[in-house]
Design a protein around this ligand. Structure first.
Ligand code: DON
Length: 305
C-alpha cells in the first residue's frame, strides 16, 4: 500500500500542532518537570531499518518505562517460561505504581509493565547477567545503531532520591521471596534503566525485533516467534497501564508508554513507531503521543485489527 511514511508523518505533525490540550509533564523529578509540553517528535522504522521522522524525532529524552519492553524481552530470551512463576500477564486496572494488588496476590505482580512487575523482571535479568542495566544499554545501542546512547546519571540519582514507592514495592516482594538481589542493588539497576536517554529514531529502531517476529537488527534471533507474540500481546493488554483498553480501542497496536512522554508501538510484520511529547494525561500516557498514534492507524489502516 504505502510507499513512504513521510507524507503521513507530516500530516500528523500538522494536526498535532493544533492540539490545545496537551497534558502536563511528570513532575516527580526536576529533569522531567522542566520538559516543554509543546515538544513533539515521531519516527517510523521499517523492517529493514529505514526510518522516517517528523518534528523532534532525533532529540533524546528520558525513556523511562519504555525500557520495560526491552528488559522483558532480554529476560524472556534467557529465562523462558519460568519467568511467569514470578510475574503475571494480566492487565492490572490500577495505576502503574500501585501497591494494593500485591498483598492480595502474594507478592506476584500482575504484569511486567507495572512498576512491581518491571522490578521483578530487572531482578531476574540482573541475577542471570550480573549487569541488567549494562545488558539493556548494549542491546539498545546495537539495535538503534547509536553507540552514543547512555544513562543520564542525574536522572538516575533523582529517581533514587524520589524512589520510596519503588523501594516499598521491592521490599514487599522480597518479603515473599520474589526478589533475588539485595533491594538497593535492584533499585540501582531499575533507576539506571529508567534514566536511559534516546530519541524517537533510536527507540523505533530498537523495537524492530518485535515487528520482525523476534529477529534482531543483525539478523540473529532474540526471541522465538511465539515469544515475540507474547511480548506484543502483553504490550497491547498492559503497555499503557489502566488506559490499555482505551489505547487498544483508539490505536489498535501493541504499545508501551513511559512518563518521559514516549510511546513505542508495533505493527507486526510491517514497521515500528515511537512518538514523544512530554505532556501526560492522568494515567501517565502522552496526550499528543496517543493522539498521533490514533491518527497514524486511522490514516494508514495499519492496525492489528
Ligand atoms: O518507576 C518510576 O516511577 C519511573 N522511573 C518510571 C515510571 C514510568 O515511566 C511509568 N510510566 N508511565
Amino acid at each position: 500500500m504505502l510507499l513512504t511514511f513521510a507524507p503521513v508523518l507530516d500530516r500528523i505533525a500538522e494536526e498535532i500542532a493544533g492540539l490545545t490540550e496537551r497534558g502536563r509533564p511528570a513532575d516527580y523529578i526536576p529533569a522531567l518537570a522542566s520538559a516543554d509540553p509543546n515538544s513533539f517528535g515521531m519516527a517510523v522504522a521499517e523492517l529493514d531499518g529505514t526510518v522516517y521522522g517528523v518534528g523532534d524525532w532525533q532529540r533524546p529524552f528520558s525513556t523511562q518505562s519504555v525500557t520495560k519492553v526491552f528488559t522483558l524481552a532480554l529476560t524472556l530470551a534467557r529465562k523462558g517460561d519460568p519467568l511467569w512463576d514470578h510475574v503475571g500477564r494480566e492487565p492490572s486496572g490500577n495505576p502503574f505504581n500501585s501497591l494494593v494488588q500485591l498483598e492480595y496476590e502474594n507478592g506476584i505482580p500482575r504484569n511486567p509493565f507495572i512498576n512491581a512487575g518491571a522490578l521483578v523482571v530487572t531482578d531476574q535479568l540482573h541475577r542471570m547477567t550480573g549487569d541488567a542495566s549494562g545488558v539493556l544499554l548494549d542491546f539498545l545501542r546495537a539495535e538503534s545503531g547509536n553507540p552514543d546512547l547512555d544513562f543520564d546519571r542525574d536522572v538516575a540519582a533523582s529517581e533514587n532520591a524520589n524512589g520510596d514507592r519503588n523501594a516499598a514495592l521491592a521490599h514487599f516482594m522480597a518479603s515473599y521471596d520474589n526478589i533475588a538481589n539485595p533491594v538497593p542493588t535492584l533499585l540501582r539497576e531499575y533507576f539506571r534503566q529508567c534514566s536511559i536517554e534516546a530519541s524517537c529514531a533510536d527507540l523505533a529502531l530498537a523495537t524492530g525485533f518485535l515487528a520482525r517476529h523476534g529477529i534482531r537488527a543483525d539478523g540473529t534471533r532474540l526471541l522465538t516467534r511465539s515469544q515475540a507474540k507474547h511480548v506484543n500481546a502483553i504490550m497491547l493488554t498492559c503497555g499503557t497501564y489502566d488506559a490499555a483498553g482505551d489505547f487498544a480501542y483508539r490505536v489498535g497496536l501493541p504499545g508501551k508508554s513511559g512518563v518521559g512522554g514516549a510511546i513505542v508501538a508495533v505493527v507486526p510484520g510491517r514497521c515500528t513507531l515511537c512518538v514523544w511529547s512530554p505532556g501526560l494525561d492522568a494515567r501517565g500516557n502522552s496526550v499528543a503521543g496517543v493522539a498521533a498514534l490514533d491518527r497514524f492507524t486511522t490514516i494508514t489502516g495499519l492496525s492489528v485489527f
